[in-house]
Design a binder for this molecule. Structure first.
Ligand SMILES: [Zn+2]
Length: 243
């Protein structure tokens, strides 16, 4: 009996289940990596919505986030807000994403307007939100301040590369999780150390060479916790709940 227990402990990670917390439609043509049970696919623009729904209908292991990415705001078509609202309103399990602000992309004013409208829809329909933010957290904080904090959805900061000050502001004031990718070459162990293990997710961001099992091993080492794969799995399940 004792030996049996020890043996199963040694093989703890044999049944590692992984949910890729952030990918895109282009990844859907690749095979899933070993141990990846399901994926959250973030749309980029409205053109993705229908394609993503078709994939979700044929594969129950694909979960979808719907929205307009800051890189494509120039091409939004009139009435997108209503179409997004209706789509989410009729599909209770759909999340919102990928939305955000990017200082290296044009037309910040329009980015802010498109982001704010989507955040409002997410608040109204109580949906978790996948956030892309490059060099514009000050602007996002300014927008978030306009809403009651307890009404804000769970925000998933993907590929987070903000300063320590921004990290602490997020951790101390908002319901936020962070999804890490192995592509972040300088995956900073002190940063992983600072973030509570209940707030950590893993993502490929659509890159097929991004090995999530290896990434989870790295995080397990930093956290000195062999159970981290289960914790990350359960965190991602929580994201899928839309509360
Ligand atoms: Zn992305």
């Amino acid at each position: 009996m004792k030996n049996g227990l020890l043996k199963s402990q040694c093989n703890k990670d044999f049944n590692m289940n992984i949910i890729d917390a952030h990918t895109h439609l282009d990844y859907m043509t690749h095979k899933y990596q070993a141990n990846v049970e399901s994926v959250i696919c973030c749309s980029v623009g409205e053109d993705d919505w229908k394609k993503l729904i078709n994939i979700m209908n044929s594969d129950k292991n694909v979960f979808g986030a719907f929205g307009i990415h800051p890189w494509v705001i120039e091409s939004v078509k009139d009435g997108w807000e209503n179409r997004l609202y209706d789509l989410l309103n009729t599909n209770r399990d759909f999340m919102v994403g990928e939305i955000g602000l990017d200082k290296y992309k044009p037309n910040m004013e329009k980015q802010i307007s498109v982001f704010t409208k989507q955040l409002e829809i997410a608040i109204q329909l109580k949906r978790n939100v996948f956030i892309h933010c490059v060099g514009a957290w000050d602007k996002i904080f300014h927008i978030l301040k306009q809403y009651q904090r307890n009404k804000l959805p769970l925000m998933i900061a993907h590929g987070f590369n903000g300063s320590d000050e921004i990290l602490h502001k997020l951790l101390n004031n908002y319901n936020v999780m962070f999804s890490f990718s192995e592509i972040d070459k300088d995956l900073d162990s002190s940063r992983i150390q600072e973030i509570d293990e209940n707030k950590i997710l893993v993502e490929t961001d659509g890159k097929s060479n991004n090995n999530l099992s290896e990434l989870i091993d790295k995080i397990a080492n930093v956290k000195n916790n062999n159970d981290i794969s289960n914790i990350i799995y359960n965190n991602t399940k929580q994201v899928l709940q839309n509360e």
